[in-house]
Design a protein around this ligand. Sequence first.
Ligand code: 13P
Length: 256
Amino acid sequence: MNRKYRKTVIAGNWKMNKTPSETKAFMNEFKTIMPKGRWCDVALCVPAVCIPAAVRAMRETRVGIGAENCNANASGAYTGEIAANMLVDAGCKYVILGHSERRAMGETDAEVNAKVLTALENGLVPILCVGETLEQRETGITNEWITMQIKSGLNGVAEDKIRKMIIAYEPIWAIGTGKTATAEQAAEVCTSIRTTVRHLYGARIARSITIQYGGSMKPGNAAELLAQPDIDGGLIGGAALKPEQFVDIINAANQE
Ligand code: 13P
């Protein structure tokens, strides 16, 4: 983290977990144990049907609610899809885009890029996810792969908009596996992402952009990961489903 130059953001990604009623129960418990400090921003990205319950429960708090995807089009004949302006109207602040689980369902870099542009136009904060497979890591092409994902994800994003974005580095082999990247591995890629942003947008913007790590982040390893200067927060799956674990991670981010 480097609080002098950029925001620390701890975000949960609930994936396909919890019903609206369970959302309400989680938020009520979370609110009672939530740290009062103002060090880091906190976000919870939830299934679309849980957004109204989450927004209602967290209205008086500083926790921002987000979605896990949106469609790149403004409106129209896209059965089952949700447009960015609908998310905004429902009270969302954030949207996760290009998560590896969605890319595995066929989402392409070009689609992710189109979604990033639409989300920004609508005033959402996109959390752009990038990450390599174990095979890519073992072949030694991690940095090239991530650089390519960043360049295509940010294609056409204007300088005044990039400042609002968050980039999340999520090595696919560390997601939901209990296998965390070592702090050193995570830091190396996050630093390389910042270098790519510097080449694209210059030093000032690179210094101010929030880069998260995601992949089995939990109370036991959060502090070490967040101590890395280029890791400005976490995108948390499993541990964000339990209020006390999520709070422990926020507390780790709130340490000096
Ligand atoms: P886990 O924290 O469950 O490994 O999930 C990480 C993730 O995919 C967050 O987007």
